[in-house]
Write a protein that binds this ligand. Structure first.
Ligand code: FUL
Length: 443
């Protein structure tokens, strides 16, 4: 009886694991927090490469090659929404310099193409479509420009800023700005010395809420591979001093794991394409990943505390290909099915300084636990162990893990038990767990 009363006294509400609700170490800004909550969104590579079957256009392509026969951004946004994606990030300008909007600062744009007699604007159409569907939008603006005559001269830094300004002030709010790390030669064989400090200050002046991606942030980082996989140990922290974007970036495994004691909160965004290439190529139709493969990637990106940006490149018609949309819907169904029934839903939480126990009123089948840390107060858990049983006196080990962060999906062999304990065996500060749930995921 005494034991029971003690246990009851420890039952506290879900998001109140610790009373010491003080920040520990670097913490995310409110924009970064909102970004973490998006978890999954689409990437779209679209432009002359779609029509020339290149991955890196030369910048000397005839703009007339860009001529989608049935472009429909509403179809993109509809499919994104139906797939559960929170937004679309589009290559407004890739390395070939071609602008999907009629930029004043370039002569290599949709205006120079015969598509819609040079009167089209993909960015406008997409921003309207996203608004209509209630999803968000972001832009990839490649600093590397293989077309612009000024590339490789200081003047190009101003041109890049003006180009950003047009996009960031003309089409409503964007949630994300994407800077890839590639930096090659321009049309005159020169390389550019980018003024990223000015680029960043300008972007944030035009859209203070925007979250900027690059190898090293400032807000979110690359994960060191293009397979969509984040290490199971994932710190949202990174040291950036002395590092550059592109060739001067930290080693890929550092980007994949983060820095244990990193000075800045820079979350991980896993990028991957649904197909072999980033742009649509008909001969890669047989490389479209299955819903099951995409779910596996999801478990290793979102399930490892980061976000997943999944590239779904429109085809030459200017539509998401039926093969890709079918895979997206299968992915969505697998996700929904997997996380439909939280077996811990009506269970009691019992917490101590360094553990959480879940007491269900009967044994249930499950093979996955989802843990969330209250990251607004910092990332704290270093290691945990999960055990359980049907008798409070006899718990057997089930599995163990390392970091948690925004979300950690832990899988293990199927259990049929009533009691579960997550013990935090190493932490930087008192763990604050905002949620715990259990699922039976079919494989
Ligand atoms: C890289 C680029 O070089 C690829 O073409 C692609 O856009 C990928 C997402 O980023 O840096």
């Amino acid at each position: 009886m005494k034991k029971l009363l003690f246990a009851l006294a420890l039952i506290i509400s879900a998001n109140n694991f610790s009373n010491a609700q003080e920040k520990y170490g670097p913490t995310p800004t409110k924009e970064q927090l909102a970004w973490h909550d998006k978890e999954f969104y689409l990437f779209m590579h679209f432009g002359p490469n779609t029509f020339t079957d290149l991955e890196w256009g030369h910048g000397s392509e005839n703009p007339n090659v860009f001529n989608p026969s049935a472009l429909d951004c509403n179809q993109w946004a509809r499919i994104a929404k139906a797939a559960g994606a929170k937004g679309i990030v589009i290559t407004a300008k890739h390395h070939d310099g071609f602008c999907l909007w009629p930029s004043k600062y370039s002569k290599h744009t949709v205006r120079e193409s015969s598509w819609k007699d040079g009167k089209g604007d993909v960015i406008k159409m997409l921003s309207e479509a996203c608004k209509k569907e209630g999803i968000e939008m972001g832009v990839y603006i490649s600093p590397w420009d293989r077309n612009h005559p000024q590339y490789g001269t200081p003047a190009y830094n101003d041109i890049y800023i003006n180009t950003m300004k047009e996009l960031l002030t003309g089409y409503g709010k964007f949630f994300e700005l994407w800077w890839d790390g590639a930096n090659g030669e321009g049309p005159n064989g020169k390389k550019q010395v980018y003024d990223f400090t000015r680029f960043k200050d300008s972007a944030l002046r035009y859209q203070p809420q925007i979250v900027i991606f690059s190898d090293i942030g400032p807000h979110i980082r690359w994960v060191g591979n293009e397979n969509g996989i984040i290490n199971s140990t994932n710190w949202n922290l990174l040291d950036t001093a002395g590092f550059k974007r592109g060739e001067g970036a930290p080693p890929n495994d550092t980007l994949n794991i983060g820095n244990y004691n990193g000075k800045h909160w820079i979350g991980a965004e896993a990028d991957v394409s649904i197909r072999k290439g980033w742009f649509y190529h008909k001969e890669e139709d047989n490389t479209v990943k299955s819903g099951k493969t995409l779910f596996d990637i999801y478990l290793k990106s979102v399930g490892h505390g980061g976000n997943l940006i999944l590239n779904v490149p429109p085809n030459r018609k200017g539509l998401i290909d039926p093969l890709d949309s079918a895979a997206l819907m299968s992915f969505k169904n697998i996700r929904e099915q997997a996380f439909k029934t939280n077996v811990f839903k009506n269970a009691k939480w019992l917490t101590t300084k360094n553990s959480i126990e879940i007491h269900m009123n009967q044994a249930r089948d499950f093979n996955a636990i989802v843990l969330k840390e209250k990251i607004s107060l910092g990332q704290r858990v270093v290691k945990f162990e999960i055990s359980g049983g049907n008798d409070l006196e006899h718990f057997e080990p089930i599995t163990s893990g390392t970091t948690i962060g925004h979300k950690r999906i832990i899988q293990f062999p199927r259990q049929h038990i009533k009691y579960i304990r997550v013990k935090f065996t190493q932490y930087k500060a008192k763990p604050i767990i905002s949620d715990i749930s259990g699922y039976l995921i079919s494989n």
